[in-house]
Write a protein that binds this ligand. Structure first.
Ligand code: GLA
Length: 394
């Protein structure tokens, strides 16, 4: 039994006075290419990472769900027959929202005591929320003795965000946490919600560089970006009736209707179409370890995110400069929704230490903030933990 299991088991006993009977885990994710393309039904190159959220659980004989976390001072509870929000512990809404969406989908849930532990830095753009949703769904499925398809589980998590949490996210985070693969990134097609594996050679390391600058997704920016994209589609559709999303639009069409779109929508739409097009190209560049293509594609992605999609911040700029100049760098760009949080770099596997030191020194000199940097590896999607054999997963 490893340390993490033991810590959770002990804390569970102290809080709830019994042993957990179910153990589940779900990973965080980092997008390697394809910012904001998911809700435009485009492509994303995404990776489920070896940082994850565990839930230890035990059933109750009433309809109450009690929730605590080793990562939070707050705790909460909800009644499965009248699930309300938890203003004093907003993170509990990810569990309540998932339970609510599962019930709406016809699953029968039982009351339970849950204890959460996560190694995903919370709220930094690595999908700690989606991991919590996927782990919650699996915990209910395991306790209830029923199975749920991974894609359906991802869609349920997205519904929880839309209906309960109030963030109109795409499918990227939940899909990756539910369906990620060990040893490989995924090229995700957000229209068909299908994916194919995209191998990353051993000589390339993926390094998360956390700006540790404040990030708040429920602010209006995310919804505004999404609205601009939808408005651009409405403006273009009379000319091209087959257009349902920016996925269906070409750069030439955007160029042709620039004046009608107006500068902001023109900039947003151009970024999305170019960014989605970079996804298969980066997958190929990584597979072939093509250093110059990796550099070009990630630079274009960052500059587009900063100048066209306007999701940059001064700290992200300082971090990108630090990553770009660090030894061993192959490529560097934003990650997640932007507006601070984590960024992602590709570097030569034998230079990870030098790369991280270079980034840390340069970023701290410019911003006065000590960044967090760490290499991540592809990990499997959400799964039930088998105490006897699985405990080495994360
Ligand atoms: C957040 C959302 C995702 C996606 C990314 C940006 O993580 O939850 O659906 O839109 O931002 O790519």
């Amino acid at each position: 039994m490893n340390e993490r299991t033991e810590t959770l088991r002990q804390a569970f006993g102290e809080r709830y006075g019994q042993e957990p009977t179910a153990w589940v885990r779900a990973p965080g994710r980092v997008d390697l290419m394809g910012s904001h393309t998911d809700y435009n039904l485009g492509y994303v190159l995404t990776l489920s990472i070896d940082r994850d959220t565990w839930i230890a659980a035990a059933p109750r004989d009433d309809r109450l769900v009690r929730v605590a976390s080793l990562n939070a001072d707050t705790f909460g509870q909800f009644d499965l027959d009248a699930i309300g929000h938890s203003p004093e512990a907003p993170w509990v809404d990810y569990l309540g929202g998932t339970a609510d969406a599962l019930i709406q989908a016809g699953y029968s849930l039982c009351g339970c005591d849950l204890l959460v532990h996560s190694t995903i830095p919370l709220g930094s753009g690595l999908s700690s929320s989606a991991a919590l949703e996927m782990a919650t769904a699996l915990a209910f499925s395991n306790l209830g003795g029923w199975e749920i398809d991974s894609l359906e589980m991802a869609l349920i998590g997205q519904r929880a965000e839309h209906q309960f949490v109030g963030v109109k996210c795409g499918i990227l985070d939940q899909y990756t946490s539910a369906l990620g693969q060990a040893g490989s990134a995924l090229v995700l097609d957000c229209r068909t919600t299908t994916s194919r594996p995209a191998p990353i050679p051993d000589e390339i390391s993926i390094v998360i560089c956390d700006t540790r600058a404040k990030r708040e997704l429920t602010g209006g920016e995310y919804g505004e970006r999404r609205a601009s994209c939808e408005e651009a589609v409405e403006i273009l559709r009379p000319y091209y009736p087959e257009v349902e999303a920016l996925r269906d639009v070409s750069l030439a069409q955007i160029e042709q209707h620039r004046a009608e779109l107006g500068e902001t929508r023109y900039a947003r739409a151009s970024f999305i179409v170019a960014e989605s097009g970079r996804v298969p190209r980066l997958a190929q560049a990584l597979e072939q370890a093509d250093a110059s293509a990796i550099a070009d594609l990630t630079r274009d992605s960052y500059l587009g995110a900063r100048d066209l999609y306007a999701i940059g911040t001064p700290e992200m700029e300082a971090m990108w400069q630090a990553m770009w100049q660090a030894p061993g760098r192959l490529g560097a760009r934003q990650a997640g929704a932007g507006f601070g949080g984590c960024m992602v770099a590709f570097c030569a596997a034998d230079q990870v230490d030098a790369f991280r030191q270079g980034v840390q020194a340069a970023y701290q000199t410019t911003t006065g903030i000590e960044p967090h940097t760490y290499a991540v590896r592809p990990a499997p999607g959400a799964s039930i933990l088998n105490l006897a054999s699985d405990m080495t997963v994360a």
